[in-house]
Design a binder for this molecule. Structure first.
Ligand SMILES: Cc1cc2nc3c(=O)[nH]c(=O)nc-3n(C[C@H](O)[C@H](O)[C@H](O)COP(=O)(O)O)c2cc1C
Length: 437
């Protein structure tokens, strides 16, 4: 059976794919920017709009990472404002489970679900290290292995709260509304939370806002297989995508779940132009804007875990090996096993005669789909039909116009091929994702 593509729009923001120097680049925090991207995604009948979360400004050798200084507003607040100017588009907020309480999480997400008529989603992240959590912590820090335990418990409790209002609301004789006894009552006793009381909101339109997961470890994958509706993955290439897809879908039966109850949507980048050759030139130009000499050094420092400031970005790759967990760069996803990646970088640099900067540009910032609209539509469709993904989270390089070309040129072709809806057929995000059956 032909699969339908699921598309989501990632707001560019604090991302190393974002190009700031382009004259078309606009504010990261003006509502007009969020609105433009959301309206474009809705015009393209995307499933949802996605906001990531940053808990702390990232640092490189004690200095604030340049991409962070433009700021990042709070996701649920932005999405509530977008709910008022969109009608069908799903609204997904990344909110960590390490530093938030289930009651607040359940209430904020259920509120967005009510305000938007059933379009809310929660991307549950655990955050990666003590540095990112320092703004929040009240003392001891939760170990990495315990963070998924807490996430699992938080998700279970949040779901209990969402379900706590199954009682009917009834009118009393004076015309007021009251709930039958029991409404909103909950109690939960676990390792991380021990709470009881009444939840403050009746059941929201989706009942359960959509749950997204974005961690990559074994523990993270199991967490997703047990409880998520969507995985936002980093495996956008065809081969890596197929391997990830197979791995995660094979984990579902042990939780009594069917294959299509969990949608896999990797982050991808797209460059489209009039023909393939022009698109390749454009892609190269974008990569060069994304990776200046200093940025190449920072990205290499993240991989090597070393101070590489004495190296020339236009010279050869550093001769020494990596150090894991050195803390040279703080607040970013590091590499658990950098050695094989560095070995691959060395092999490619040698084969093509690349400098360090050219290696970063070609190895790390290579866009996923590059070509004419027809080439891009075919490649995306192949990824989905051949189970490298169920859809994609598109990460544009420009705020806020980065999806304009895609929606104008590629979306009509996907519709012609019958793999993307031309109109929304339902009102909730669960419906768009095919998860309401
Ligand atoms: C594709 C992807 C996107 C992520 N986005 C965020 C984010 O926006 N905010 C955040 O705090 N953590 C984010 N994370 C981090 C994860 O929540 C998690 O803490 C981290 O990946 C470590 O877990 P793991 O070992 O299972 O990968 C992201 C992870 C991945 C793989």
């Amino acid at each position: 059976m032909t699969k339908q593509l699921h598309l989501a729009a990632h707001f560019p923001g604090v991302n190393n794919t974002t190009v700031w120097s382009d004259p078309e680049s606009r504010s990261q925090i003006d509502f007009a920017s969020f609105r433009h991207l959301a309206e474009t995604a809705e015009r393209g009948t995307f499933d949802f709009f996605f906001l990531a979360e940053g808990l702390r400004l990232r640092e490189v050798k004690g200095r604030i990472h340049d991409l962070d200084v433009v700021g990042r507003p709070e996701s649920l607040t932005v999405l509530s404002a977008l709910a008022a100017v969109t009608t069908h588009l799903g609204l997904a907020a990344t909110v960590n489970s390490t530093f938030n309480e289930p009651y607040e999480l359940a209430k904020r997400l259920a509120t967005l679900d009510h305000l938007s008529g059933g379009r809310a989603a929660w991307n549950v992240v655990t955050s990666w290290d003590a540095f990112t959590g320092e703004n929040f912590r009240r003392g001891g820090y939760l170990d990495k292995s315990d963070r998924y335990v807490r996430a699992q418990e938080a998700l279970r409790v949040v779901r209990k709260l969402w379900e706590s209002w199954d009682e009917e609301l009834v009118l009393d004789q004076g015309g007021g509304v009251f709930a039958r006894e029991g409404a909103g009552a909950f109690a939960d006793e676990g390792d991380h939370f021990s709470i009881q009381g009444r939840f403050g909101l009746p059941r929201s339109p989706q009942g359960h806002p959509v749950v997204i997961q974005a961690g990559d470890s074994d523990q993270g994958r199991d967490f997703a297989a047990e409880g998520a509706d969507v995985i936002f993955s980093r495996h956008g290439s065809f081969e890596a995508g197929q391997a990830f897809y197979k791995d995660v879908k094979a984990r579902l039966p042990q939780y009594g779940r069917s294959e299509d109850s969990l949608k896999i949507m990797p982050a991808v980048t797209v460059v489209v132009a009039d023909n393939d050759a022009e698109a390749a030139d454009k892609a190269q130009h974008i990569r060069e804007q994304q990776v200046s000499g200093p940025t190449a050094i920072v990205l290499a420092e993240l991989l090597w875990g070393r101070d590489l400031s004495s190296y020339d970005p236009d010279g050869p790759l550093p001769a020494e090996g990596p150090v894991v967990g050195s803390g040279v760069t703080q607040g970013r996803v590091g590499y658990n096993d950098p050695a094989p990646i560095i070995a691959e970088w060395r092999a490619q640099a040698e084969e093509h005669g690349w400098s360090l900067r050219q290696t970063v540009i070609n190895q790390q910032n290579r866009q996923t789909f590059v070509g004419s609209a027809s080439t891009v539509a075919s490649a995306m469709n192949r990824h989905v039909q051949e189970d490298a993904a169920d859809g994609f989270v598109l990460v544009p390089h420009l705020t806020p116009g980065g999806l304009d070309d895609f929606v104008d040129q590629v979306v009509p072709l996907l519709r012609d091929r019958g793999v993307l809806r031309s109109e929304y057929t339902g009102t909730t995000l669960r419906h768009h994702l095919g998860l309401d059956r």
